[in-house]
Design a protein around this ligand. Structure first.
Ligand code: HEC
Length: 148
């Protein structure tokens, strides 16, 4: 047998394995951590004060672009999230975003994360900050009567 007849099937097999691996990558890949958020972006202060006006502007985008996954109340139970079997944090729980800076939330909304699509340039930066305020506003304040 010539060397070529041996080499050719071997090359074809490795090519096939390679493309099979590539096809699997989207589901197989381990979640990249949010540590990828650049420090400068995380530190960026929110220039938009949370106000009824800011929240009203954000609500429009929330209902258009976010509620199908995050749920209109932010509980993470949107219909698309259920269809896609996504695990989404409950933003009505104040613990969910307590360790996030506004800059980090801004960055996540702008660039997306894993199954979450990026807003990119679809919205203006001020509108992105409105959404940061909105996401924060979803956290339930502890009810006064729930005090021990
Ligand atoms: C296709 C479904 C989908 C849509 C649409 C979507 N998200 Fe998400 N979002 C996710 C998922 C899934 C995660 C968790 C990502 C991960 O695995 O880390 C997430 C994470 C987040 C986080 C970070 C939570 C954390 O743990 O710190 C924020 C904030 C957020 N989304 C806000 C939004 C906003 C605002 C919009 C609308 C502009 C939006 N998302 C649209 C699916 C979605």
């Amino acid at each position: 047998m010539s060397r070529l007849t041996l080499l050719l099937p071997a090359a074809l097999i490795s090519l096939a394995t390679l493309s099979a691996q590539q096809a699997q990558t989207p589901q197989k890949v381990t979640p990249p951590s949010y540590a990828a958020i650049p420090a400068a972006a995380a530190k960026q202060p929110n220039p938009v004060k949370s106000s009824p006006e800011s929240l009203a502007r954000a609500k429009k985008w929330w209902n258009l672009d976010c509620a199908m996954c995050h749920g209109s109340a932010g509980d993470g139970k949107g219909s698309l999230a259920a269809d896609m079997k996504l695990q989404i944090a409950d933003f009505t729980d104040p613990a969910s975003l307590k360790d996030r800076t506004d800059g980090e939330i801004f960055y996540i909304i702008k660039t997306g994360h894993q199954d979450m699509p990026p807003e990119g340039t679809r919205i203006k930066p001020e509108e992105n900050w409105d959404l940061v305020n909105y996401v924060r506003s979803l956290a339930k304040k502890p009810a006064p009567e729930s005090k021990p």
